[in-house]
Design a protein around this ligand. Structure first.
Ligand SMILES: Nc1ncnc2c1ncn2[C@@H]1O[C@H](COP(=O)(O)OP(=O)(O)OP(=O)(O)O)[C@@H](O)[C@H]1O
Length: 477
C-alpha cells in the first residue's frame, strides 16, 4: 500500500514520535492489488411509488480504472448514493437496468471480498477504542493464512498509515460518549475497509461534516490509496477548489441524469464550450453544482438557451420584456441535451474499447475465491470478546449496579428474619427463590433483547462484506 504523505495528518503528528514516523513511511506489506476496471453503461434505476414507478437514475454511463479517483457530484437527491450503491453491488429494492462490469465481467459473489464500501453513516461500536476496532476487524476479515500476530500488525500498520496513532487508545464515541473527532472517525471507517486490501473502494460522502483542511487530507489519502492500483469511487457534496483538483474523473448528476462524465480537469472547459461560463471567479465545484441545480444567476447563459426562453416568453405573453432567465428545468434539459449530443457518443465508444488486461486477469476476479475469513469458533470467540469490551460499560454502569444492589436490599429487608424452620417461613423462602429466578431471568432476557437493535446496523454492515456468519451474531446476542 502506498504510504500516505507524512504531512498528511499533521494534527496527529508528533515530532517526538520517531517510531510512528518510521512506521508511517514503511509501506504496508500486503498482497499485490488485483486491478479492477469498472465500466457502467446506461444504468437506470426505478423504484415503485404509489402504484406507479419513479425513475431515480436515467441512463448513466462511465468508467473508472485502477489508480484513479472518480468523484460523483451533484445536488442533494440527484442520485449519487443510488449510483454508488449500484456500482458497489448494493442496489436496494428497485429495478436496475443497464450494464455494470468489473474487468468486463458481471458482478459476482466473489467480488464482495474485493470491494470496500464506506457508508455515509459511520457504523462503529462506540465503546471500542480505535485500536480495538481495527484489530477486531483485522482478526475477522483477514485470511486464515495469516497468523493472529500478523493480523494485529496489519491493524497497527493501518493505524500508522492513517495517522491515527495518537488517538489509537481513544474510544470511538457516539451521541452519549465523547470520543474521537469526525475526521478521525472517518479515517477509522476507511481503515476498516482498506485493511483487506480491496481492489475497488467506494465511499459515500467521506468528507461531509468536516472542515476543508481535514476534507483535503481525506481526499489526499484516497489519492494515495488509488496510486497503489486501487479504483476509488466517492460521492462528494461541495468540495473546495483545492479538493476538486484532486479528482481524476468526475460524474456530474442532475435529477438522476448525466450532465458530465470525463476528466475532472476538463469539466470547466467543457461547460465553457457549451456556453456556460461563470461571471465571477468561482470554485469550479460551486459553479458545477449551481448549473446542476439550474441556477444561472452568476453564469452566462448560452445564446441557444437564451433565444429559446425569449421565444417562449414572447409567444406566451406577447410583451417586449427582455430580462428573462431560463428556468431550472430549461437549464437541466439544455445540459442533458448538450452532453448527449456532444460527448456521450465519444465516451460510449471509449467504453467499448478492450481493456488493457489479459484474459486470465478477467477470469481471476470471477473464478478465484479469495482465501480469507475465520472458522465459526474463531468468529464466535472474537465476537464474544468484542461484545464484552463494547458492553462492559453498559453492564458495569453505576445505574445497573445500583439497580441490582437496591433490589437485593429491598428483598433482604422484605425477607428479614424469615424462619425456614416453620412451614410459613419455608413458603416465604420459596417465594423469595421464585422472585430471584424471575428477576434474573427477565433481567437477562431484556438485556439480550435490547442488544438486537444496537447490533443490527453492524450485522448488516458485516454481512454485506461476507463476514461473519449471522448465526454467530445471533448466538452471541
Ligand atoms: N428506495 C427508494 N424509494 C424511494 N425513493 C428513493 C429510493 N432510493 C432513492 N430514492 C430517491 O432517489 C433520489 C436520489 O437519492 P440519493 O440518496 O441517491 O441522492 P443523493 O444524491 O445521494 O442525495 P444526498 O446528497 O442528499 O445524499 C432521492 O430523491 C431519494 O428520495
Amino acid at each position: 500500500m502506498h504510504s500516505a504523505d507524512p504531512a498528511t495528518f499533521s494534527d496527529d503528528d508528533s515530532p517526538m514520535d520517531i517510531e510512528a514516523g518510521a512506521r508511517r513511511r514503511k509501506k504496508l506489506m500486503t498482497e499485490p492489488t488485483l486491478p479492477i476496471y469498472l465500466k457502467f453503461t446506461e444504468v437506470k434505476y426505478r423504484v415503485a411509488a404509489k402504484g406507479s414507478s419513479r425513475e431515480i437514475l436515467g441512463g448513466i454511463s462511465g468508467s473508472a480504472s485502477p489508480g484513479e479517483v472518480l468523484a460523483l457530484m451533484g445536488p442533494s437527491g440527484s442520485g449519487k448514493t443510488t449510483l454508488l450503491s449500484i456500482l458497489g453491488g448494493r442496489a436496494g429494492g428497485g429495478a436496475v437496468e443497464g450494464c455494470v462490469s468489473y474487468n468486463d465481467e458481471p458482478y459476482g459473489k466473489s467480488l464482495k471480498r474485493r470491494i470496500g464500501f464506506v457508508t455515509q453513516d459511520d457504523v462503529l461500536f462506540t465503546h471500542l477504542t480505535v485500536k480495538e476496532t481495527l484489530t477486531y476487524a483485522a482478526l475477522l476479515r483477514l485470511p486464515r493464512t495469516m497468523t493472529r500476530q500478523q493480523k494485529r500488525e496489519r491493524a497497527m500498520d493501518i493505524i500508522y498509515e492513517l495517522g491515527l496513532e495518537r488517538c489509537q487508545d481513544t474510544m470511538i464515541g457516539g451521541s452519549f460518549v465523547r470520543g474521537v473527532s469526525g475526521g478521525e472517525r472517518k479515517r477509522v471507517c476507511i481503515g476498516n475497509e482498506i485493511l483487506i486490501n480491496p481492489s475497488l473502494l467506494f465511499l459515500d460522502e467521506p468528507t461531509s461534516g468536516l472542515d476543508s483542511t481535514t476534507a483535503l487530507r481525506i481526499i489526499q489519502l484516497l489519492h494515495d490509496i488509488a496510486e497503489d492500483g486501487k479504483t476509488v469511487i466517492t460521492t462528494i457534496h461541495q468540495p473546495s477548489s483545492r479538493l476538486f483538483h484532486k479528482f481524476d474523473k468526475l460524474i456530474l448528476l442532475g435529477k438522476g441524469s448525466l450532465l458530465y462524465f470525463g476528466k475532472a480537469s476538463e469539466a470547466m472547459p467543457y461547460f465553457q464550450s457549451i456556453g456556460c461560463t461563470p461571471f465571477i471567479a468561482m470554485n469550479p465545484a460551486e459553479f458545477l453544482l449551481d448549473l446542476a441545480n439550474g441556477n444561472t444567476n452568476d453564469v452566462s447563459v448560452p445564446s441557444e438557451l437564451d433565444d429559446k426562453v425569449h421565444m417562449e416568453n414572447h409567444t406566451l405573453e406577447n410583451n417586449s420584456k427582455t430580462d428573462y432567465r431560463p428556468s431550472a428545468q430549461d437549464v437541466h434539459e439544455y445540459l442533458v441535451d448538450a452532453y448527449e449530443t456532444r460527448v456521450a457518443f465519444k465516451e460510449k465508444k471509449k467504453l467499448l474499447a478492450p481493456l488493457p488486461i489479459s484474459d486470465d486477469l478477467k477470469v481471476t476476479i470471477t473464478s478465484s475465491k479469495r482465501e480469507w475469513g475465520t472458522s465459526w469458533w474463531q468468529q464466535y470467540s472474537i465476537l464474544f470478546c468484542r461484545g464484552i469490551k463494547e458492553r462492559r460499560h453498559d453492564y458495569l454502569s453505576w445505574m445497573r449496579i445500583t439497580q441490582v444492589i437496591a433490589t437485593s436490599i429491598i428483598l433482604g429487608l422484605l425477607w428479614w428474619h424469615s424462619d425456614p424452620s416453620t412451614l410459613k417461613g419455608l413458603e416465604d423462602q420459596a417465594g423469595l427463590l421464585f422472585f430471584i429466578a424471575v428477576f434474573w431471568g427477565f433481567f437477562l432476557v431484556f438485556t439480550a433483547i435490547f442488544t438486537f437493535p444496537q447490533e443490527r446496523a453492524m450485522l448488516n454492515k458485516e454481512r454485506a462484506v461476507d463476514m461473519p456468519q449471522s448465526n454467530c451474531h445471533t448466538f452471541l446476542s
